[in-house]
Design a binder for this molecule. Structure first.
Ligand code: GDD
Length: 325
């Protein structure tokens, strides 16, 4: 019998890479997809990876508990990966209530659906390094206190703790992956790495003249999404559910990440980059640096891509995309 996995957020970057990985492992993959009048557009990442025809799509929404119960009852999954969220930090100040409904309460809905319809299924919650926010320790691990700095991070904190609570209350195999920033050519254009690599490709091709950014002094611990989805799966293969920080252990400023992209195509960053005060956030997470020691020791997980390799891959993919157009 093939193992079955439900993935929420399957049309996102991580959902797409995780699905490809699970399909290669022989799983039947079911994606909970919220109804939209243009799914043909929303599944572009699955098409890019060539797996759009291999996914079983189920109509459902994280804010609609009965749709989730129906999905879980129908599939009877072995594993559930809850990746769906309102995941853009900057938008969470504009839509704090929607962010809470999906990114926080949505997790409780998904956990309830699993508890009711497939309590033996293993559950993965996509938690976030944003929960560390105003950092309380130089390198953040599973034991570092949280200090969220955005409505998004506050919502993620609820999702994290409700997952821990269901594990402790109902003995569910529920794990929380505290993932630091992870990027790829499939990253949404609103996030800073992809905004940069897309702009650099446009400037190189003569399609744009400048790049406007906000706080380029912010530091992030950036890894490759393809590496990080493997860690999600590894967590669910353990006998005991637990929480894990997934990170590279290296932090870099937005400025230096941006410089890597410009240098790759032979351009000088300072000739094109300007600062737009409107892009600063009401409260910022100045620096994130993860300590992935526990994942290394317990899961045997290691990141395999450097920031330089990833940014150059992303610039090349954007150059190819724009040239094809
Ligand atoms: N998006 C964006 N656009 N960010 C900018 C810009 C800009 O023009 N200029 C500077 N930045 C800075 C932001 O202020 C932030 O400090 C940093 O670049 C990274 O921003 P994002 O790429 O939007 O990611 P994030 O760190 O806020 O959140 C991402 O990572 C989290 C994990 O730590 C998202 O993927 C979250 O969903 C995820 O949980």
């Amino acid at each position: 019998m093939k193992r079955k996995a439900i993935v929420t957020g399957i049309t996102g970057q991580d959902g797409a890479y995780l699905s490809k990985f699970l399909l290669e492992k022989g799983y039947e993959v079911y994606g909970v997809v919220r109804r939209s009048s243009h799914f043909g557009v929303a599944d572009h990442r699955l098409r890019w990876l060539g797996i759009n025809n291999d996914i079983n799509v189920i109509d459902g929404n994280l804010s609609d508990l009965s749709s989730l119960i129906r999905a879980v009852a129908q599939v009877k999954p072995d594993e559930v990966y809850n990746l769906a969220a309102q995941s853009f930090v900057a938008s969470s100040w504009q839509q704090p209530v929607l962010t809470a409904n999906i990114t926080a309460v949505g997790v409780a809905n998904m956990l309830e659906a699993v508890r009711i319809a497939a309590p033996e299924a293993r559950f993965y919650q996509a938690s976030s390094s944003e929960m560390f926010g105003k950092i309380q320790e130089a390198a953040q691990s599973e034991t570092t206190p949280f200090y969220p700095r955005s409505p998004y991070a506050v919502a993620k904190l609820y999702g994290h703790w409700i997952t821990v609570n269901y594990r402790e209350s109902f003995n569910m195999h529920a794990s929380s992956g505290i993932l630091f920033n992870h990027e790829s050519p499939l990253r949404g254009i609103e996030f800073v790495t992809r905004k940069v690599t897309d702009a650099v490709a446009r400037i190189k091709l003569g399609l744009a003249m400048e790049l406007k950014l906000g706080n380029i002094d912010a530091k992030r611990d950036w890894g490759h999404a393809k590496d990080y989805v493997v860690a999600m799966w590894m967590m669910l293969q353990q006998d005991q559910a637990d929480d894990y920080v997934i990170a590279t252990g290296r932090t870099t400023t937005v400025r230096d990440m941006c410089r890597i992209a410009f240098t790759h195509v032979g351009l000088t960053m300072d000739d094109y980059l300007s600062i737009d005060p409107n892009l600063f956030r009401p409260a910022e997470v100045d620096i994130l640096l993860g300590n992935p020691e526990k994942a290394r020791k317990t899961l045997g997980w290691e990141p395999s891509t450097t920031l330089e390799e990833m940014i150059t891959e992303m610039v090349d993919a954007d150059l190819a995309r724009l040239t094809a157009k």
